[in-house]
Write a new protein. Structure first.
Length: 170
């Protein structure tokens, strides 16, 4: 084979290789720096539509939680644990039987405002479990949020206990 022919083949091969590398997305060109990515300043992605982040500490929309959340713990075992947690975290304001007559509630002026803090009231008890879970997680204007103090299963245990208050009659 003539020297000129080998040379021209080499040149052609080199040209094709360079073209292929620049024009096509060859496997060796998957550099991380070239991937589509979000800028660091973009913040976290928003949750999928309709998702309720139960384990986090962010506020949950009560009306969405009411529709979508179901407690994943057995009711009977939870009530006893929930009653102990309620006594420590809720009774100081809501009272031992949920009537809104705890010792701290007396310091509110007027006591508890429009919302009496009476957890036995039909108006409160008509809500589904998920709503209670959200209120406990978020807190209210005068009520501290429990998102940091109580883990999700403890919050559900309290919800179970609070449901029993609706049927309590002195
Ligand atoms: C510092 C006092 C305080 C503590 C502690 C507290 N709450 Fe409350 N809670 C209130 C007040 C006051 C309201 C009425 C809404 C408002 O004025 O912010 C309320 C409202 C509520 C409501 C909504 C009732 C309504 O009328 O809309 C629920 C449910 C509730 N609390 C449950 C709990 C549970 C369960 C705990 C324990 C984990 C708890 N709260 C701890 C003061 C408290």
């Amino acid at each position: 084979m003539a020297r000129g022919s080998i040379l021209s083949r080499l040149v052609a091969f080199a040209a094709v290789t360079v073209l292929a590398q620049t024009a096509c997305d060859w496997p060796w060109q998957h550099d991380m720096a070239d991937q589509p990515s979000r800028p660091a300043s973009a913040g976290p992605r928003s949750p999928a539509a309709g998702a309720v982040a139960t384990g986090g500490s962010l506020p949950i929309r009560p009306e969405v939680a009411e529709r979508q959340l179901r407690a994943d713990i057995a009711a009977r075992s939870a009530v006893e644990a929930g009653s102990k947690l309620y006594a420590a975290y809720c009774a100081p304001c809501h009272g031992p039987h949920g009537r809104g007559d705890g010792p701290v509630a007396r310091e509110f002026a007027p006591p508890m405002g429009d919302l009496t803090g009476d957890l036995t009231a039909p108006d409160v008890q008509r809500h589904a479990d998920g709503w209670f879970y959200a209120v406990i997680t978020n807190g209210t204007e005068h009520m501290p949020r429990s998102a940091h103090e109580l883990d999700p299963s403890e919050r559900w245990q309290i919800v179970r206990f609070v449901r029993t208050l609706g049927t309590y009659r002195q």
